[in-house]
Write a protein that binds this ligand. Structure first.
Ligand code: PLP
Length: 224
């Protein structure tokens, strides 16, 4: 029952993305935070492989096992990352979308170097606080150039793209446009933007990744 609903939701969302993006590459990150494990497995069994989690500790409880059962999973960290969890995050996540400050960039760089040749360096997105909200993660737009320079020139970190979470009370299109402009200016191809309420708009505006939870899995039981 639930399995079928999730498979249908995935199909619907994929269709909406394909239509809105006009056929350009836009990847669906299924946001599985606080969802029951059965729902995650239903999405995996429906063939989906790209997932997003916002907490390292929660991800640690379910994904090592799932990754051993479904080897081609691509896991994205989309929530804030504390420097003391960087090592754990690198072991678990293929993509970190929430790089947002110099201290974290340095910690990631150090952990990659310490990891040696066996470690696959994560793909990195810088989260930009486009609404400059004090309670929200992300680098303020004014501090983005310095953070990109630090990552690229001093630390040798490749930045694949930019990510944003617009303020809930504002028109998301303005924030998506700003993010796209910043990405263009800094030569970042990736654009992670759009959630359940606005992923079609984001896909239309050039998102390379949309992050969709509720529209696939239903309402979360716990607020997060
Ligand atoms: C929870 C979350 C999402 C998904 O939100 P929905 O509205 O359920 O689609 C997307 N991005 C981030 C950063 C999130 O924390």
């Amino acid at each position: 029952m639930v399995d079928q609903i999730i498979a249908e939701n995935l199909n619907t969302v994929r269709g909406q993305i394909a239509k809105a993006s006009g056929g350009t590459d836009c990847h669906l990150v299924a946001v599985s935070k606080v969802q029951p494990i059965e729902s995650v497995i239903a999405a995996l069994d429906a063939g989906h492989r790209i997932f997003g989690e916002n907490r390292v500790q929660e991800a640690e409880t379910k994904w090592p096992d799932l990754k051993s059962r479904y080897p081609d999973i691509e896991l994205h960290l989309i929530g804030s990352l504390q420097t003391n969890k960087v090592k754990l995050a690198l072991a678990l996540f293929d993509v970190i979308q929430s790089l947002d400050r110099p201290k974290l960039a340095r910690a990631i760089s150090r952990a990659i170097k310490a990891g040696g040749t066996g470690l696959v360096a994560p793909r990195l997105f810088i989260q930009v606080n486009t609404g400059e909200e004090p309670q929200k993660g992300g680098v303020p737009p004014g501090e983005l150039p310095a953070l990109i320079t630090l990552c690229r020139d001093e630390l040798g970190l490749k930045i694949e793209g930019l990510m944003c979470i617009p303020p809930t009370s504002e028109e998301p299109a303005l924030h998506f446009a700003l993010l796209a402009k910043l990405a263009g200016r800094h030569g970042c191809a990736g654009l992670s933007m759009g959630m359940s309420s606005d992923f079609e708009l984001a896909a239309e505006m050039g998102a390379s990744h949309v992050r969709v939870g509720t529209a696939i899995f239903g309402e979360r039981q716990t607020a997060l």
